[in-house]
Design a protein around this ligand. Structure first.
Ligand SMILES: Cc1cc2nc3c(=O)[nH]c(=O)nc-3n(C[C@H](O)[C@H](O)[C@H](O)COP(=O)(O)OP(=O)(O)OC[C@H]3O[C@@H](n4cnc5c(N)ncnc54)[C@H](O)[C@@H]3O)c2cc1C
Length: 404
């Protein structure tokens, strides 16, 4: 099997690489490189997303009629590779990769017209209001309540772990509209304006040391008598579980892990060259080399799986349960890279907290980028929890693919 890109694909790769090199603002790349999770501030994210939108490259996975690129799966993969290579931050997947496909499939014409162009133009950002205290893996137990009053709902309750709620314009939100029958049958899917009166957003600081206002990632969101027009309900009342599950397939399968893992692996290799094991570079240690070889094989396997997965997926298709494999293995191997990086820098990884603001002028000890290692390690613990934990993905696979 010949997996090399052909001449046309190589030309496309050069086109993408050159365009990114000219158009990605250096401060965006630098912030992404130095961030614990390749996320950047809202201003820089919008700055970059607007450039991509102007070129028509912000939503490559969308069907062309809604502003997609019409690229085939190899081109999309090349695009992801080049974005990772250039240290692009993660784009707003809540907007582009999650709520958008749900609106395309289940939204009303008015909803499509109102929301999709704003996402494609990078004018509005979304957050995801699924999880609640006590309702994470067991999502169907959620209790945030929406009561119907004529042409609007009144929403009361609490969401938790809501990534980027502090800057989002809109939230797609699961609410309970009935306590009758099975728990899944009383849930509705609402689009909530984050500026609506009665919404309070409080930060949650993670173990990675981020305590700077607006630089944090996750929040708690409280709703007190929040008025939501009925026209902002997607699909039918009490049928939200169907739309919620459809969205989860995109959340789990919407990310090409291979290119970013490959990049992080190269970084790890450079780190090992720069760290000493006695008087020799760590990269020469036989035991270390063995671990690196095993890790590289895992990345090869993920990349192969992803190539198969994406080449079978047509534009606009839902990824299905294969998405669970991609999410589970991609995040687990990503964590392994951060674990080996901590091993490589040893004690230099310890005094990280004070140094971790991008604009900090505190000088790190132990060489360039050593101070990124521990925060990344701590930050990446989240990846096997959010979007359905690895344990939950294994349950999904056992049921859907193995028939257990
Ligand atoms: C950094 C971060 C960002 C997040 N962002 C968002 C967001 O933007 N929007 C949003 O809605 N949610 C978000 N989440 C929430 C995330 O989806 C939940 O944390 C996740 O679903 C797990 O739920 P939980 O925290 O309630 O843990 P629990 O469900 O209580 O799980 C605790 C442990 O038990 C295990 N477990 C639970 N059930 C089973 C089972 N049936 N079989 C085997 N093991 C099981 C889990 O794997 C886990 O190890 C985020 C979480 C984190 C950490």
């Amino acid at each position: 099997m010949d997996l090399a890109f052909n001449a046309e694909e190589l030309a496309f790769q050069t086109e993408v690489r050159d365009w990114i090199a000219v158009n990605m603002p250096p401060e965006v790349a630098e912030e992404s490189r130095r961030s614990r999770s390749s996320h950047v501030s809202k201003e820089r994210l919008l700055q970059w997303q607007k450039k991509l939108a102007g070129k028509g490259w912000l939503c490559p996975n969308w069907p062309k009629e809604h502003g997609g690129t019409g690229w085939n799966s190899t081109q999309k993969f090349i695009f992801e590779m080049e974005m990772a290579r250039a240290d692009s931050p993660y784009l707003s997947s809540f907007s582009i990769k999650m709520v958008a496909p749900v609106l395309m499939k289940y939204g009303s014409e008015a909803q499509k017209k109102r929301f999709l162009p704003k996402i494609a133009a990078a004018e509005e950002l979304w957050c995801q209001g699924y999880s609640e205290p006590g309702s994470g893996s067991d999502l169907a137990s959620l209790r945030t309540r929406a009561e119907r009053h004529g042409d609007h709902y009144i929403v009361n309750g609490q969401k938790i772990w809501t990534t980027n709620a502090h800057w989002a314009d809109w939230m797609f939100c699961l609410v309970r509209t009935s306590n009758e029958g099975k728990r899944q049958e009383g849930i509705s899917f609402l689009l909530i304006d984050m500026k609506a009166p009665g919404i309070k957003v409080d930060p949650i600081y993670l173990a990675d040391g981020t305590r700077t206002p607006m630089r944090h990632e996750v929040n708690q969101v409280f709703f007190t008598d929040v008025k939501v027009p009925v026209e902002n309900r997607v699909g039918e009342e009490n049928k939200g579980w169907t739309y919620a599950k459809y969205l989860l397939e995109f959340e789990r399968g919407g990310q090409a892990h291979g290119p970013r893992l490959r990049k992080a692996f190269r970084h790890l290799r450079e780190l090992a060259h720069s760290q000493l094991d006695g008087s020799e570079p760590l990269s020469g240690n036989a035991h270390w080399r063995e671990k690196m070889a095993a890790l590289e094989m895992e990345i090869d396997a993920i990349e192969m799986n992803e190539l198969i997965f994406y080449s079978n997926l047509k534009t606009g298709d839902a990824p299905g349960s294969m998405a669970s494999i991609v999410k589970m293995r991609g995040t687990e191997v990503g964590q392994k890279i951060t674990e080996l990086a901590v091993e490589a820098v040893g004690w230099y990884g310890a005094p990280f907290t004070e140094l971790r603001n991008v604009d900090s002028n505190v000088v790190p000890v132990g060489g360039a980028y050593v101070d990124d290692v521990a925060p990344r390690y701590f930050n990446q613990r989240k990846t096997t929890i959010y979007g359905g934990s690895s344990e939950v993905q294994r349950n999904v696979l056992a049921k859907a693919m193995l028939g257990l």
